[in-house]
Design a protein around this ligand. Structure first.
Ligand code: ASP
Length: 431
């Protein structure tokens, strides 16, 4: 992993010869330190971070499309259906548990109490309606697959790739020689495309340490100092709940299916760090796929489906964030949530986390939906608007942690489902 690129002497040589993960971690720590020291002026290096995120985003659509077509074409429709049902169930249950953990920790820490927002001031005025279920489901079917790809609509791309892959697998099984050989050609084309994209991911990761440095430096330069006071407690509560969920829920699932958590973390760390700094599950997807396939030995039939789906609908970190922040806002304005309201949070936050796009900051918008449901709509002039604005001030810091957990959850569930499908290469876990 460390020395594929031929750096010629000096700095470059050192750069390419050092282990990639080491370089990424150095970028992470150095970025935080430099950001805190330099402060907001560090924004001049922001383009270096944006370059990293753009490179990742560039490969998302082709990675999903190529791998999923090959994945769907290599399994029987029945098996694909089984993988689908299991994956979705896992995703839903873990998200609901995440919210309960978030609520427990938020209540224990009494987040937001003592903030005392009684004054009515202008805040970020926004009001989001929950989209209707029927429409959400209908919109999974693209009216135009090309525009779905152009817009990066992940669920629509998944749907079309599945349909295309299934058609391909029927053609491959055809008795007609002409159809069969055409299908084999198309299959090889997609297979090659998927492999090419993985090569590109590897190349992009060589730039990761610099991108990571810039992304983290900018976040800490802008907001490092804000994470003190009442917001420090929310931050602490969110991060504690994230860690608990990781250890208890994912640790439990992995153990239950015969995987070791430390090995899992080691094999998935590139994806976790990338998610942490890029704050985008969708953008991290190429790296997640690489870790799960090359590091954890999961087969393409499982991960080509479960990971793009997870990056779109499975957001346990976001679910935790919503639970803790709903409590924070209610306590801050002196209207603590009742038990009935907290049950409402569980239901709406599961739906809101499913609806959250895997892009930076999306969870903060969907939090508004949860607040609506518990009767605290964020509209101009309300105290909750002010409390919400406080949370928004540190959103980048919270977003890093929640996105990290979102992606970790996708990987843990993928391992479990793959195990039930006999789709894991045991040798990958040997040492
Ligand atoms: N940034 C998160 C993600 O990409 C979504 C969120 O904002 O909660 O997973």
């Amino acid at each position: 992993m460390s020395s594929q690129s031929p750096g010629k002497g000096g700095m470059l040589d050192w750069y390419f010869k050092t282990n990639l993960l080491m370089r990424i971690l150095i970028g992470l720590v150095a970025g935080a330190v430099v950001g805190l020291i330099v402060g907001p002026a560090i924004e001049v290096i922001e383009p270096l971070g944006r370059l990293f995120v753009r490179l990742l985003q560039m490969i998302v659509v082709p990675v999903i499309f190529f791998t999923l077509v090959v994945g769907a074409a290599s399994v029987s429709p029945a098996r694909l259906g089984r993988i689908g049902v299991k994956t979705v169930l896992f995703y839903l249950v873990t998200s609901a548990v995440a919210i309960v953990i978030g609520l427990i920790i938020g209540n224990v820490f009494r987040v937001g109490s003592g903030v005392d927002i009684a004054v009515i001031e202008d805040g970020a005025a926004r009001d989001v309606e929950a989209p209707s279920l029927v429409n959400t489901l209908l919109e999974i079917v693209p009216t135009n697959p090309i525009s779905a790809m152009a817009e990066g609509a992940v669920l629509q791309i998944i749907f079309f790739a599945l349909v295309f892959g299934l058609g391909l697998s029927y053609l491959q099984a055809s008795d007609d020689e002409r159809l069969k050989s055409a299908a084999d050609l198309i299959f090889r084309f997609f297979d090659g495309g998927a492999e090419i994209m993985f090569k590109v991911v590897r190349g992009v990761l060589q730039y990761a340490p610099i991108g990571v440095f810039a992304l983290i430096a900018v976040v800490f330069g802008r907001q490092g100092a804000e994470v003190v006071g009442p917001l420090a407690i929310v931050t602490l509560a969110v991060y504690l709940a994230l860690v608990l969920h990781l250890l208890l829920v994912y640790g439990g699932i992995l153990k239950g299916f015969g995987f070791s958590l430390p090995k899992f973390l080691k094999r998935g760390r590139e994806a976790m760090v990338t998610a942490f700094v890029s704050r985008s599950s969708g953008g991290t997807l190429p790296v997640t796929m690489r870790n799960v396939s090359e590091g954890m030995g999961v087969g393409r039939p499982t991960y080509s489906f479960s990971l793009p789906l997870g990056a779109t609908i499975n957001m346990d970190g976001t679910a935790i964030y919503m639970a803790v922040c709903a409590l924070f806002i209610a306590n801050a304005i002196g209207l603590p949530l009742t038990i009935a309201q907290q049950v409402m949070v569980v239901v709406t936050a599961v739906l809101a986390s499913i609806g959250t796009a895997g892009v930076p900051g999306a969870g903060a918008i969907m939090l508004l939906m949860v607040l609506n449901a518990v009767g605290l709509p964020v509209t101009e002039g309300t105290p909750q608007a002010l409390a919400y604005a406080m949370i928004l001030g540190i959103d980048a810091i919270l977003d890093m942690g929640r996105t990290g957990l979102n992606v970790t959850g996708d990987m843990a569930v993928t391992c479990a489902v793959a195990k039930t499908e006999n789709d894991v290469d045991a040798a990958s876990w040997a040492n």
